[in-house]
Design a protein around this ligand. Structure first.
Ligand SMILES: *Cc1c(COP(=O)(O)O)cnc(C)c1O
Length: 354
């Protein structure tokens, strides 16, 4: 750290993303990307004409993308917000709806960025322990008097709450914003997007990164009542009105218009998830019931660190979290059937040597 770094950030610990090796030699099951390319319509949209247009700024209102998303979701354009990945939208939501007088609550085991944003913005953290079985107890989130962030399905567990349970939380906190991070909802969760019409304190955030094969394109969106969206827009226009670039805007529209392509990929990923779950359970693994595009799995025979290292030696990257309660687990992204078979073979080999 230089001597010039602001005192405010001297103790900040930055988010650590999963490894992104520069070569393609690994089977990459560590950052929940899709194993499939974007839809054919996205390839067509990112054409020479669009590249030539890069000399011009992008549409700061993101009008066409907002209208496309609004039609697709059955909400108004004024109820939608788009950002440079959902991480950016989460950042705006922390900035907008928390401060030194409004703390934030979220599960103690969840998406790592929540605590980083709280620290970045000087927000008091109320980390609520998951139950022993790693599920979220909805009643722990009633009448908190804080802003609430919940990933549903949760990461890295893959477990989810029903829309009814989320609605109970939203109803029980009428004076605070409840943010539902639906990064993985397309893989079998229940979306709360429609509930945003009924509650003025609910913000739902989704992303193109996982189910729409666009992690490297950086595009996310949020849905909420008009005033909540207005608050986010104020911060976006005060930060970077061109946060979503031309290529992402064009790809974002094309992707929604080619949704059946993604639905087919989601179907395959869910099938591979169920297949891998039963194979690993057959090998004696504990595997949580995932509704996401990853599994959270452990075995009594090897620690999480050993699983991670052994798989890496065999050319397979997974995610390991060196934290109490979850250090025996690894998080495995669901890839193609071939990739999952390679994972299962590697695991069998390691168990035989253990
Ligand atoms: C991947 C992920 C995100 C971030 O997605 P981007 O749109 O790529 O920024 C947000 N929340 C959760 C829970 C995630 O797993």
């Amino acid at each position: 750290m230089s001597k010039f770094m602001s005192e405010r950030f001297s103790k900040l610990i930055a988010y650590v993303p999963g490894e992104q090796p520069r070569d393609f030699s690994y089977i990459k099951l560590n950052t929940n990307e899709s194993p499939y390319p974007p839809a054919p319509a996205v390839f067509e949209a990112l054409n020479a004409g669009e590249i030539a247009n890069l000399r011009l700024y992008s549409d700061p209102e993101c009008g066409e993308l907002k209208r496309t998303l609004a039609d697709y979701l059955g909400v108004g354009s004024e109820n939608t917000f788009v950002g440079n990945g959902s991480d950016e939208i989460l950042s705006f939501a922390f900035m907008a709806f928390c401060d030194k007088n409004i703390p934030v609550s979220y599960p103690d085991i969840s998406y790592g960025f929540y605590s980083v944003y709280a620290d970045l913005y000087g927000i008091e953290k109320n980390e609520i322990p998951l139950r022993e079985d790693f599920s979220i107890a909805p009643e722990d989130y009633f009448d908190l008097g804080t802003t609430i962030f919940i990933a549903n399905p949760n990461a890295p567990t893959g477990l989810c709450l029903s829309a009814g349970e989320i609605e109970d939380i939203v109803k029980a906190n009428p004076d605070n914003v409840v943010v539902i991070d639906e990064a993985y909802v397309d893989f079998g969760g229940e979306s709360c997007v429609q509930l945003t019409k009924k509650y003025d304190n609910l913000l739902v955030i989704q992303t193109y990164s996982k189910s729409r094969s666009f992690a490297g394109g950086r595009l996310g969106f949020a849905v909420g009542c008009k005033p909540l969206i207005g608050d986010l827009e104020k911060l976006r226009y005060s930060t970077n009105p061109f946060n979503v670039d031309r290529l992402a805007l064009a790809a974002g529209v094309a992707a929604i218009n080619n949704q059946s392509y993604y639905d087919n990929n989601i179907f395959k990923i869910i099938h591979n998830r169920e297949y891998t779950t039963s194979e690993l359970r057959e090998l004696g693994f504990e595997v949580l019931d995932s509704k996401a595009n990853f599994l959270f799995a452990s075995t009594a025979k090897l620690s999480g660190a050993e699983l991670y290292a052994g798989l890496r030696e065999r050319g397979i990257l997974v995610r390991y979290f060196n934290r109490p309660r979850i250090d025996r687990f690894v998080r495995i992204t669901i890839g193609t059937r071939e990739q999952m078979d390679a994972l299962i073979s590697a695991v069998k080999e390691m168990l035989n040597n253990a």
